[in-house]
Write a protein that binds this ligand. Structure first.
Ligand code: PMP
Length: 446
């Protein structure tokens, strides 16, 4: 990473005020900013020149590690060749190629792709598509949407409505009407320190039957869940839970949406969670790892039957009144194609699967550390939950986050939960460093 160090001093802005930072305690951050000015492979370079091990793949997105040459070159070449072209009533080749590549990675007839620019947009697209699909089939009464407590589906009004995080909703007034939530599946009293999928909890899917009875299933358009809830603390689905949800949805003609914005692209040791769990939804939302975090992009992958339902009108009619200026942006597509090549050439999904056992043991080695009340893991993701400090709910995990950063490790925290999800190129030494540093920080804080 030669070269970064010499630049760092001048790269630190002297006024931090104007940038209204997302999902950040702005005033707290601006007093003691943590800035990254470079990145390569498994590491960031902080503004003071220190190397910081990326224990979170950025925000769960840099699955192939940072500044990968093939992706960098693809972006540079594409922006020079065709920087932008719309995909409304005209096109350019790359989204067609990328859609075919993504479809080829999918099970069953999930073989069409709609592009967006983020996970939030992918989610709102999938929800709108579900409602419009039923309408196209003459079932316009199917408009209800069902999400889940502790679900995170981005920040659009659709996403926060089906999402189950009160903090993300309460500033924003009324949500979408006709939305219900299933219970989340995490109960520490029954699942604490489970390795992988918990035995307890599949029956919680049956609450969908209760909602069907309450509303009449013919009013329900779709159910959306993260196969593994990421942002609210890595909640691993109980064994058999997703299969049961699938069965109930199929029985009542309800579309099942898997929000794979985090679980997609190798995080669980397979291409997607649908492969890992062997449960096939009707629509998949993805983003993040699709371009390895380099260029914003999201996508909805849908079954052939959903696409076909929109294709039954006259040929010259627009089939879906929805889309973004940057749907299928050429530079994002080039980044995604190079990212898919990198995943395949380096066997990163398989690598993620191979490292799983080592990762699991390393994560659970923190079991007896001070204040640790639960550890959960699957694939190359894990959470370490701490007991809350009375009156200061986020203090312990936040302190650990700050201390880890000082020691050259980036982790993530949400309330009392620390989440870890390194790039899939990580080695055993990196895994030792992640849990070693975190363990030391937890011991010292006690
Ligand atoms: N869905 C899930 C499951 C996510 O984890 C996220 C982002 N963490 C989103 C949607 C939203 O993605 P974005 O931030 O790209 O809008």
């Amino acid at each position: 990473m030669a070269g970064y160090e010499s630049k760092t001093a001048t790269q630190m802005p002297n006024n931090l005020e104007a940038f209204f930072m997302p999902f950040t305690a702005n005033r707290q951050f601006k007093k003691a900013p943590r800035m990254m000015v470079g990145a390569e492979d498994m590491h960031y370079v902080a503004a003071d020149g220190r190397k910081v091990l990326d224990g979170t793949a950025g925000l769960w997105c840099v699955n192939a590690g940072h500044a990968r040459p093939k992706i960098v070159k693809a972006v540079q070449d594409q922006v020079a060749k065709l920087d932008y072209a719309p995909n409304f009533q005209m096109g350019h080749p790359l989204p067609f190629e990328l859609a075919s590549r993504l479809a080829a990675m999918m099970p069953e007839d999930l073989d069409h792709v709609f592009f967006a620019n983020s996970g939030s947009e992918a989610v709102d697209t999938a929800l709108k598509m579900a409602i419009a699909y039923h309408r196209a089939r003459g079932e316009g009464h199917r408009t209800r949407l069902i999400g889940r407590e502790r679900g995170y589906h981005g920040v659009g009004f659709g996403g926060i409505s089906v999402g189950g995080i009160s903090g993300n909703r309460k500033q924003f007034g009324a949500m979408l009407p006709g939305v219900d939530h299933l219970p989340h599946t995490h109960d520490r009293s029954k699942q604490a320190f489970t390795r992988g999928e918990p035995e307890w909890g599949a029956h919680l899917a049956d609450d969908l039957e209760k909602l069907c009875a309450l509303h009449d299933p013919s009013t329900i358009a779709a159910v959306i869940v993260e196969p593994v809830a990421g942002s609210t603390g890595v909640l691993i689905p109980p064994k058999g839970y997703l299969k049961r949800l699938r069965e109930i949805c199929s029985k009542h003609g309800i579309l099942l949406i898997f929000d794979e914005v985090i679980t997609g692209f190798g995080r669980l040791g397979k291409g997607f969670a649908t492969d890992y769990f062997g449960v096939v939804p009707d629509l998949i939302t993805c983003a993040k790892g699709i371009t390895n975090g380099t260029i914003p992009m999201g996508a909805v992958i849908l079954r052939k039957g959903i696409y076909d339902a929109f294709m039954n009108g006259p040929e010259n009619m627009i089939e879906l009144f929805h889309g973004y200026t940057y749907s299928g942006h050429p530079v994002a597509c080039a980044a995604a194609l190079a990212t898919l090549d990198t995943y395949a050439e380096e066997g990163l999904f398989e690598r993620s699967a191979e490292l799983h056992g080592y990762w699991e043991d390393a994560a659970h080695s923190l079991k007896d550390h001070p204040h640790v009340v639960d550890i959960r893991n699957l694939g190359l993701v894990a959470a370490v939950e701490l007991d809350p400090l009375a009156g200061k709910p986020t203090a312990r995990a936040y302190d650990a986050f700050v201390k880890c950063f000082e020691r050259g490790l980036l982790i993530r925290y949400t309330a009392d939960i620390i989440a870890l999800s390194p790039p899939l190129i990580c080695g055993k030494g990196h895994i030792d460093e992640i849990f070693g540093t975190l363990g030391d920080v937890l011991k010292e804080a006690a």
